[in-house]
Design a protein around this ligand. Structure first.
Ligand code: CLF
Ligand code: SF4
Length: 302
């Protein structure tokens, strides 16, 4: 049963392909990969590839400067009129690269104020930046929350880098958890629509995700997206090397079903790359590489 939605909320999500299942048939998103650094370590991550919290492991996106990214967004807005959302989701954590991330959004907002702005983060730096996110009119923020119990988190996050210091083990996980919870509260207070991504890791957090769902719902998250861990040894992740497997479709659906009585669940996520272009599930990134963008429109007055 879908939670009742007011008219204003319906309008806010009507053209966002991830927040509205209907919209994903008609509207496209663009990811610009401007954020290379990350401030935590997830065991399922291999830094050679895109952030696996909102993207496809094993893919290397083409890194852009804020100016190149804004240029690209404007060119693509001209080519693909259904492109309603620009998101920053990597290749690292957008809020571990705040100047690059916010500069990109600023440039796009100045030139194309109708484009919706979207951001995905592990949440560590979120409390610090919610005011700035609100100021820039970024109306959609995703936090990846894989646990609400630091003892489970210990099996997922070996370290967290916060305030110029590296915290290992449970000490780091507690900071991450605290910041994710503060971030959820701050987004709710700022009236920014929040989606939560959870990576389902069999044997580690699968049974715990119902609890995660309960907590994020009580804190006002709008949508929950439980994604399967994609784990293969060739990705070189710790999990891949220890033989950790991803869930089967059936296991994934069972957990989504267990949560679905309580809040809106996203079931159409396509685990996009950090430079994805087009409708969800459609990959046009190779049509719009840096070189090709420059061929289409060499210069923009940014
Ligand atoms: Fe991108 Fe994410 Fe914004 Fe969508 S993706 S930053 S909310 S515009 Fe969407 Fe892709 Fe799934 Fe993400 S299908 S990986 S949920
Ligand atoms: Fe990798 Fe993303 Fe986790 Fe950072 S937040 S370690 S980039 S999966």
């Amino acid at each position: 049963h879908i939670v009742e939605m007011d008219e204003k909320t319906k309008e806010r999500i009507a053209k966002h392909p991830c927040y509205s299942e209907d919209a994903h048939h008609h509207y496209a998103r663009l990811h610009v990969a401007v954020a290379p650094a990350c401030n935590i370590q997830c065991n399922y991550c291999n830094r050679k590839y895109d952030c696996a919290n909102e993207s496809r492991p094993g893919v290397v996106s083409e890194l852009l400067t804020p100016e190149e990214a804004a240029h690209k967004a404007l060119v693509i807005a001209g080519k693909i009129p259904q492109m309603t959302v620009v998101g920053i989701a990597g290749p690292g954590d957008p809020l571990a690269n705040p100047e690059k991330t916010f500069r990109t959004f600023e440039l796009i907002a100045e030139q194309a104020p109708d484009i919706k702005l979207c951001l995905s983060t592990n949440g560590l730096m979120l409390p610090e930046y919610v005011d700035r996110i609100k100021q820039l009119n970024i109306d959609h923020v995703t936090i990846t929350i894989n646990m609400v119990d630091p003892e489970i988190g210990e099996k997922i996050y070996p370290w967290v880098h916060y305030n110029r210091k590296r915290y290992r083990g449970i000490e780091g996980v507690k900071i991450l958890h605290e910041k994710q919870m503060e971030g959820l509260d701050a987004l709710r207070e700022a009236d920014i629509l929040c989606k939560v991504n959870s990576v389902m890791i069999p044997g580690i957090n699968d049974e715990h995700l119902v609890e995660v769902n309960k907590v994020i719902r009580s804190k006002g998250a709008f949508l929950h997206n439980i994604m399967p861990l994609i784990s293969a040894p060739e990705h070189g992740t710790h999990f891949g090397l220890t033989g950790q497997r991803g869930p089967t479709q059936k296991e994934l659906k069972a957990v989504q079903d267990d949560c679905s009585g309580n809040m809106k669940m996203m079931r159409h996520c396509r685990q996009c790359r950090a430079d994805a272009v087009g409708l969800l599930g459609e990959d046009r990134s190779q049509e719009f590489t840096k070189d090709k963008i420059l061929e289409i429109t060499p210069e923009y007055d940014l």
